[in-house]
Design a protein around this ligand. Structure first.
Ligand code: AMP
Length: 556
């Protein structure tokens, strides 16, 4: 068992096993079983590659042997950052075979995130594309390795003409016998959407993830005839396992990888490959809905569209069926575990206005007030969750874990929710300090920490403001140190530091001081109201122009 991993308590684990939820099945078993049953059927489509189940199983065996020959061993962590494509699946399943643990980085991550993930996980390897969207990942990889001596292995999708990063194409050897991975051990790490200054690692075991995809498949019936389009980054839990890539591979279906979520790429792919379902965030849905007015691709194969990861408004939800001729399934989920789905048999009103019910009968949810007391049905409170695929602790974060969980092991989601009398969940907001920008989660504390490293910034607070397209964007309130910085200057400085672009503030407001609560903490409620363009009783720190209009945004 991986050191630093918090397992479920023994009695809970025993119950999940006795009830047949955890079946002692690894993700490798899941692929091999599908490969035995569906050998010559197409498993993966990406670009012009089509890989059948037999080939996929063999490729993952050869890659596992290749990685082993290069020195990767069971238990070691490897940061994997690859764009949507078959290589991501091959590398991850190869690592599962070896018992090594992939740490899922997003393609948009840059120096700050990659260095942090490598350091926190104690990674010995990093798998990355030579370049992606014009960004030189090779240079980043060499820099991180210079700074972190534990990072011994670099594997590049592409080549490294001047350096020693090993091309993934050369990670190939004749298959070797490997001990089966322990199903109760960590299979891989997802990233937290994060409330803390630095993202945390979510360990997911074979048992718990194999169960998650099975439970998700029950709530969202998917079988061997289904074709799933992976639209969002495959490293998202939503794309990877709700039921997503892993669930569809486990069912013998076909996974088609879209390189970009834009309608110009995805809608023709749906028509060409006969895609039966996919999963998107509301901002991507919005783009597709607009495109539907001028793109008439034949989407008759589409049975349903999963939408989740951020608030979906009923007015947008209503447009799905007419625009795509398919059903909508609302999804609420978190990389930490708990998933709720609306069901195919639900009445329209439930599908349009709620985020559905937990996918597993063994999921336990509580909605509580500030004293952790359960509130009556219909009352809004914080959502707590516990269950067979909800983590019991972040990796190597004991101090944070003592706050993030109740004593009896419920995870504090930081989301505000209520239950309808029928038992459906409605997400009403959140108490955690996170901005949900499209599908990306931005930790305010993380961005504030970076702002404070700039010479021009004395104090900073980051809050969301509504955006028609992304749902929310980030606004930074800054008390300058000397000459006030410009938005452009701040953006350039944060990108120069190597922060992922989606975390860089969209808007900057200069203030002479920040509002404080009675307890002396920054009053984010006041700032969020100002950012929404509302007036508040706090005016002391405002410059004459602030509060009535954005000081600087991109469009200016
Ligand atoms: P992540 O772990 O990145 O998937 O982020 C999980 C968080 O996304 C949740 O705790 C919620 O704050 C938010 N979220 C996920 N699904 C929804 C949804 N359907 N509606 C509103 N917020 C959502």
């Amino acid at each position: 068992m991986l050191e630093g991993f918090t397992p479920w308590p023994q009695n809970a684990a025993e119950r999940y096993r006795t009830e047949g939820l955890w079946r002692g099945e690894s993700l490798v078993d899941l692929l091999d079983t599908a490969a035995r049953a569906h050998g010559s059927k197409t498993a993966l489509v990406g670009g012009d590659r089509r890989i059948d189940y037999g080939e996929l199983a063999l490729l993952t065996r050869r890659t596992a042997a290749g990685l082993r020959a290069r020195g990767i061993r069971a238990g070691e962590r490897i940061v994997v950052q690859l764009p949507n494509g078959p290589d991501f699946v091959v590398v991850c399943f190869a690592l599962f075979r070896l018992g090594a643990k992939p740490v899922f980085a997003l393609p948009s991550h840059r120096l700050q995130e990659i260095r942090h993930l490598c350091e926190l996980s104690g990674a010995v390897g990093y798998v990355f594309p030579e370049s992606h969207h014009g960004f030189d990942h090779l240079a980043l990889a060499h820099r991180v390795r210079r700074e972190l001596p534990a990072l011994r292995h670099l594997f590049v999708l592409g080549k490294d003409a001047e350096g020693d990063a090993v091309p993934l194409a050369e990670v190939d050897a004749d298959p070797v016998e490997l001990p089966a991975p322990d199903p109760s051990d960590v299979a891989f790490f997802l990233l937290s959407g994060g409330t803390t200054a630095l993202p945390k690692l979510i360990p997911r075991t074979h048992d718990d993830y194999a169960y998650q995809v099975r439970a998700a498949r029950e709530a969202c019936p998917v079988g061997a005839d289904d074709v799933y389009l992976a639209v969002l980054p495959v490293e998202f839990n939503f794309t990877w396992g709700c039921p997503g890539v892993v669930g569809v591979l486990g069912a013998g279906g076909t996974v088609v990888m879209a390189e970009e979520p834009v309608p110009e790429v995805c809608l023709p792919l749906i028509a060409r490959e006969g895609v039966t379902f996919t999963s998107v965030v509301p901002s991507v849905l919005q783009l597709w809905l607009e495109a539907r007015e001028w793109m008439d691709d034949d989407l008759r194969s589409l049975r349903f569209l999963q939408v989740g990861s951020a608030k979906l408004y009923p007015e947008t939800a209503e447009r799905v069926q007419p625009a795509f001729g398919c059903r909508l399934q609302q999804v609420f989920g978190m990389a930490e575990g708990l998933l709720t789905f609306t069901r195919p048999e639900d009445p329209a009103a439930t599908v349009l206005t709620t985020q559905g019910r937990p996918v597993s009968p063994a999921d336990e949810i509580r909605i509580v007030d500030e004293q952790d007391r359960q509130v009556p049905v219909g009352t809004v409170g914080e959502l707590l969750a516990r269950g067979p695929y909800t983590l019991r602790g972040y990796y190597r974060a004991p101090e944070h874990n003592s706050r993030a969980f109740t004593e009896d092991g419920f995870y504090r989601s930081g989301d505000l929710a209520r239950l309808t009398p029928e038992g459906n969940l409605v997400i009403e907001g959140r108490i955690k300090d996170v901005i949900i920008r499209g599908g990306d989660k931005v930790s305010a504390a993380e961005v504030e920490g970076h702002l404070l490293t700039l010479d021009s910034v004395a104090r900073a607070a980051v809050v969301p403001y509504p955006d028609e397209f992304l749902g929310e964007r980030t606004c930074a309130y800054v008390v300058p140190a000397g000459q006030a910085p410009s938005l452009q200057g701040v953006k350039a400085a944060l990108e120069e530091r190597g922060l992922a672009a989606y975390k860089v503030p969209d808007r900057l407001e200069i203030v002479t001081e920040l509002p404080l609560t009675g307890l002396g903490k920054i009053d984010k409620k006041v700032l969020a109201a100002l950012a929404r363009g509302e007036s508040t009783s706090w005016t002391t720190g405002l410059l004459p122009s602030t509060g009535t209009r954005a000081a600087t945004t991109d469009s200016e």
